[in-house]
Write a protein that binds this ligand. Structure first.
Ligand code: BEZ
Length: 212
């Protein structure tokens, strides 16, 4: 399939998972989603990532984001691996892991990069909005575990900028000042953002986080 890009509709699928057969869109409902792939079961970095994801589930729930992981091994293997993850990471894996043995979902989302490895998936992340559009794509190599604080931070930015005429600056965290959208003239911005607009340059205007 053609490479997925930001703004594209996230492909729907029905897949066997560690929690039974699930349809992706039904699983997401009208909320947001994170779909992330792992190279293989019983691998060390993936074990820490899935344990970390489980510990972050409450934070994703607060933001109405459902997680679904993927690995190219089978559901029975996933269930055995989950026991190890729960034991070693002191958590309970509380979201489904797709058993993508036939690589159907991996191909749909272009998660196999043959010049990195021709059978295993790389560490892909797709954040999908409630409109089912792809909002963020990240690709990490197998050897680098992902930063789940960053994924939460991006969700915060995406959800804020979806609802307000702002963008978020480098290293922004929830509650910090945001950038007024470049499309809005400063005089109009002052009407919209009653808590003040600081004009650093005509093209760089800051305002308090409108949700803080
Ligand atoms: C891991 O998850 O630990 C891993 C998987 C494939 C290659 C390297 C590391």
């Amino acid at each position: 399939m053609a490479t997925l890009r930001l703004g594209d509709t996230a492909p729907d699928f029905t897949a066997v998972t560690s929690e039974g057969t699930l349809n992706f869109y039904d699983y997401l409902g009208d909320g947001w989603g994170i779909l992330f792939s792992h190279p293989a079961d019983f691998t060390p970095v993936c074990t820490t990532e899935l344990g970390t994801a489980a510990k972050f589930k409450d934070e994703f729930d607060k933001r109405n984001v459902k997680m679904m992981a993927l690995s190219v091994d089978g559901a029975e293997s996933h269930k055995e691996w989950i026991k190890d993850i729960n034991e070693t990471q002191q958590t309970v894996v509380n979201f489904p892991i797709i058993a993508d043995e036939d690589r159907k979902v991996s191909d749909l989302y272009d998660m196999i990069h043959p010049n990195a490895n021709d059978t295993l998936t790389v560490r892909s992340v797709f954040i999908i909005g409630s409109d089912k559009k792809v909002k963020l794509i990240l690709t990490y190599p197998a050897s680098t575990g992902r930063n789940f604080y960053e994924l939460l931070r991006v969700v915060d930015s995406l959800q804020l900028t979806a609802n307000h005429k702002v963008a978020t600056p480098a290293n922004w965290k929830n509650g910090e000042k945001v950038v007024v959208s470049p499309a809005i003239p400063t005089e109009e911005a002052k009407q919209i953002f009653s808590r003040g607009v600081e004009e650093v340059k005509p093209y760089l205007r800051l305002t308090p986080d409108p949700t803080a």
